[in-house]
Ligand binder design. Structure first.
Ligand code: UDP
Length: 496
């Protein structure tokens, strides 16, 4: 086994979306806590978003620096300043964003070359497959980070490497993904909601991502072995790679400021909403939030508002992106007045971990983004699952079928598949009411779900504690890189 690291330098390339940037920053801090020097390379808007966390880390003597890389807006046809997927004006710009990311290869390579001490490892998002070529040219091992857990990653691997999807004609039929440890059924649009997509630019990136995975030194995952043991094992087998589960990485946040200000500045009402939560009964409130990217149409937001109102359960709802139409409805219907004895609506960014860990919270209506899923697991909170797109339908299957800590709201069609029949595909207020009541009621099934969620939360904390599986996996990952670096720096005569 190699000796403890003293001069390791990891370079991190986070994908420009909150759901990837936030855990990557946590990984940076976890590495720096192990005496590794860390450089994060990202664009100025993202640098600005993570600045408070990084400043606090450097004040605590952690060796982390952030270097800015400029996106070629004009060349990629992107509006100036559009540096994160939550800033894209419309779906029409997704291809431009992929192109802009691709064009970073050359400047990024120059930046990595100029770093001192010489980088020992690159951890880059799967969405930056060109980092594999940079790593190869500079002879630096590259570890991939995808974002989701092993369950969703394995499902995607099955979808991409078998012809199971080609054999399905209907978009509505549920079929089982072959070769998985459990029977997992999805529809074709759900299976294809994450991956190559149907644009030239996204297809090209995902194909290169698959190639780059083959060349990778290993895969680092924000998960814990105990949460999805069979899937961790099968994912490692399917990829033939070392897979280090080092999470839930959100648990590395111990200071109030780090917990309260993750990813973005929380909406001004941070303290107001905590005060409001303080006034509620333990485990009585439903927290509603759909992550950093999903946004509901005005019609869907109205259904949600009515569904929450009719459930008669206390709720706190963070509306991250609102619309004039929805706000008009709220005001005309005096909705906030109507629900004020039990509901609070907040516009803006939620201090999510702070809220989830408040004793008043008893349930989470979530879009099943992987970070939100894990954050709910850490807090021991069961979920109403309402996937929108990407890996979220797969994460829902894990929550419902494997972990058994959720109630489905009944969303079946990925949002990007919504066409003319939009109203038919919306989740109706009755379904929202039924799911929220099912989650929060006093029946045996709900108790069992709550108990299971709490046990998983304890398990997650143990994994991150010293001696826990994720803590150990972080050690193993650093040791593997240390060995690799040592091998490379050995004189030729020693190798022969
Ligand atoms: N998040 C937050 N406040 C918000 C919305 C999101 O803190 O108002 C955080 C959330 O805690 C999570 C991340 O942003 O860490 C979202 O990642 P996730 O994978 O859940 O969903 P995505 O945004 O990628 O769809």
């Amino acid at each position: 086994m190699a000796s403890p690291p003293t001069n390791l330098h990891f370079v991190l390339f986070p994908w420009p979306a909150q759901g990837h940037l936030i855990p990557m920053v946590d990984i940076a801090r976890m590495l720096a806590q192990r005496r590794v020097t860390v450089t994060i390379i990202t664009t100025p808007v993202n640098t600005n978003r993570i600045k408070p966390v990084i400043d606090r880390a450097t004040e605590a003597n952690l060796k982390i620096q952030v270097l800015d890389i400029q996106l070629p807006f004009a060349k990629a046809g992107l509006p100036e300043g559009c540096e994160s997927f939550d800033m894209i004006p419309s779906v029409a710009y997704v291809a431009n964003m992929f192109l802009a990311m691709k064009l970073l290869e050359e400047p990024a390579e120059e930046m990595v070359k100029a770093l001192c001490p010489r980088p020992s490892c690159i951890i880059s998002d799967g969405g930056f497959p060109w980092t594999s070529d940079v790593a190869k040219r500079l002879d630096i091992p590259r570890i991939v980070f995808y974002g989701p857990g092993c369950f969703a990653s394995l499902c995607l691997n099955v979808v991409n490497n078998t012809n199971v999807v080609d054999e399905i004609d209907s978009d509505l039929e549920y079929f089982a993904l072959p070769g998985l440890p459990d029977r997992i059924e999805v529809t074709k649009p759900q299976a294809l909601s994450w991956g190559k997509g149907n644009m030239k630019e996204t297809k090209e990136t995902f194909e290169r991502t698959e190639e780059a995975e083959k060349a990778a030194f290993g895969i680092v995952v924000n998960s814990l072995n105990e949460l999805e043991p069979k899937y961790v094992e099968e994912f490692a087998k399917a990829t033939g790679k070392k897979v280090w589960c080092i999470g839930p990485v959100s648990l590395c946040n111990k200071r109030f400021e780090d917990i309260a200000e993750r990813g973005n500045k929380a909406a001004n009402h941070e303290l107001d909403c905590l005060k409001w939560l303080d006034s509620r009964e333990p485990r009585s409130v439903v927290y509603v939030c759909f992550g950093s990217l999903s946004s509901a149409s005005a019609d869907q937001a109205i259904e949600l508002a009515l569904g929450l109102e009719s459930s008669y359960k206390p709720f706190i709802w963070f509306v991250r992106r609102t619309s004039d139409e929805f706000e008009r409805w709220i005001s005309e219907e005096r909705y906030e007045e109507r629900i004020k004895d039990r509901g609070l609506m907040v516009r803006g960014w939620a201090p999510q971990i702070l809220i989830l860990s408040h004793q008043a919270i008893g349930g989470f209506v979530t879009h099943c983004g992987w970070n939100s899923t894990l954050e709910a697991v850490c807090a021991g909170i069961p979920m109403v699952t309402w996937p929108h797109f990407a890996d979220q339908f797969l994460n829902e299957r894990l929550i419902i079928d494997v972990l058994k800590i959720g109630v489905k709201v009944g969303a079946e069609v990925p949002i990007m598949y919504r066409g003319k029949d939009k109203l038919d595909m919306m989740v109706k207020r009755e379904a929202i009411k039924t799911a929220v009541e099912g989650l929060m009621n006093d029946e045996d099934e709900a108790h069992t779900r709550r108990k299971r969620a709490q046990e998983l939360g304890e398990m997650a904390k143990r994994a991150m504690d010293e001696g826990g599986s994720s803590h150990l996996n972080m050690t193993l990952m650093i040791e593997a890189i240390t060995e690799e670096v040592t091998k490379k720096t050995k004189p030729i005569t020693d190798i022969v």
